[in-house]
Design a protein around this ligand. Structure first.
Ligand code: PLP
Length: 411
């Protein structure tokens, strides 16, 4: 069995002519903040300082730091306290970390299709998936492109359901004047080493809801433990110990100090790259909707138009990687209804929570349940090494390499 690799390990051995995010650019104050943690004998509140700074930069009331976005979303799922068998509508093209917490709470993920030609779901694709068991919509801003949140929020409000965001790939992306992660009730962020705000296996939840923030700290940091006089800790909820470490907070705080110009640069470079790729016949860059003011792009990508080339998407991506676009490949594994084979099996065998009750109907997961997303990923090529080190000549080189591979394979 080849185990999945993450962070710097995932890009070991990648060769090419384009920049690689590793070794990461680290904020100049990281060493100073780490030293403070050490000199204080672990008594300083570096986590609190990071939480306050991130909440302030984003413009929300609360930031609850966690050791990653997978735990952040798991804590949110637990804090919501829905019933087993309740349905959560989730973007079909995403990372396992988006759904892990839902599965642990025995909620049932329901995957709408993506809007045609994009990586994200929309109010139109979500609407037919709403049922009387739907409790929440979890919108993922894939690659850093923000979902069109206003219609999603309006739809949810009409049905009395919660909306929250997975803003892992979209830190400081801006939608109609507002940052990703401030567009719904709450959001999860990742500060994993490979992410845009690359730290060291960190993350957080953000929200402006005081009650939810308190509940998140209780469930996520205090392990659901309440202090009872003359007794001590009574665990009134099955909580987690998902606290960020002081040393991670030190690095993350230093990274936060340098992130905004990096995001502006990513936005500039991805728009240039999009324009250049769009000039190559048969190459369809990922569209950037007008409502996206800042595209904090974590992953660059484009589609090959069907029928234009004599090779498959996978062959095109392989040739592109060999030509020098480091990290070029396909992301078919991001199609959650196809990638979650254990869930396919549970749903097919009607194993809890797919038994009835708590489920109120049958479920089936496969690539074919989201045909837009399936077809999109069939033709989509992305590179996971797009980063703040890109300059204009790197965009020109990337587009030139794509054009060369395109010419070689034209049908
Ligand atoms: C969209 C999305 N959600 C969740 C996660 C999980 O984040 P973490 O690795 O911080 O747990 C990732 C990580 O790649 C992601 O891309």
């Amino acid at each position: 069995m080849a185990r999945a690799q993450y962070g710097a390990q995932a890009v070991v051995g990648l060769r090419g002519s384009l920049p690689n995010p590793f070794p990461r650019t680290i904020g100049p104050n990281a060493g100073k903040y780490l030293q403070e943690v050490i000199d204080s004998g672990l008594t300083c509140d570096m986590v609190g300082r990071f939480e306050k700074a991130f909440a302030q930069e984003l413009g929300v009331k609360h930031c609850i730091a966690t050791p990653g976005c997978t735990p952040a979303l798991a804590v949110l799922a637990a804090a919501f306290g829905f019933a087993p068998g309740d349905e959560i509508i989730v973007s079909p093209i995403t990372d396992y970390g988006t759904v892990q917490g839902l599965i642990r709470e025995n909620y049932i993920p329901v995957f709408p299709d993506t809007a045609p030609g994009t990586v994200n779901m929309s109010a139109e694709t979500i609407a037919p998936c709403i049922s009387d068991r739907t409790r929440a919509i979890l919108a993922v801003h894939k690659t850093g492109l923000v979902c069109d949140m206003d219609p999603i929020n309006e739809l949810a409000a009409r049905h009395g359901i919660i909306v929250y965001e997975d803003a892992c790939q979209a830190v400081f992306s801006r939608y109609k004047g507002r940052y990703a992660g401030t567009l719904a009730l709450a959001a999860g962020f990742s500060f994993d080493s490979e992410k845009t705000l690359g730290s060291d296996v960190g993350g957080c939840v953000t929200t402006s809801d005081d009650g939810l923030a308190e509940r998140l700290r209780f469930i996520g940091h205090s392990r659901g433990g309440e202090m009872i006089p003359h007794f001590g800790r009574a665990h009134t909820a099955p909580g987690y110990a998902h606290r960020m470490t002081q040393s991670t907070a030190a690095i993350t705080l230093a990274q936060l100090e340098i992130i905004k110009p990096q995001v502006e640069k990513r936005d500039h470079m991805i728009r240039l790259l999009t324009r250049l790729l769009g000039q190559i016949p048969g190459i369809v860059p990922l569209p950037i909707p007008e409502y996206v003011e800042v595209y904090s792009c974590w992953m660059a990508g484009f589609s090959i138009a069907p029928g234009v080339f004599k090779c498959s998407g996978e062959q095109f991506a392989d040739q592109l990687a060999k030509a020098g676009v480091s990290g070029a490949g396909q992301g078919k594994y991001y199609l959650m209804p196809a990638a979650l084979s254990f869930l396919q099996e549970k749903a097919a065998k009607k194993v809890y929570p797919y038994s009835q009750p708590p489920a109120s109907r049958s479920y089936h997961y496969s690539a074919d349940s989201c045909p837009n997303a399936r077809d999109f990923l069939e033709h989509f090529i992305r590179w996971s090494t797009f980063c703040e080190k890109y300059e204009e000549d790197h965009c020109e080189l990337a587009a030139q390499l794509v054009a060369e591979v395109a010419e070689r394979n034209r049908a």
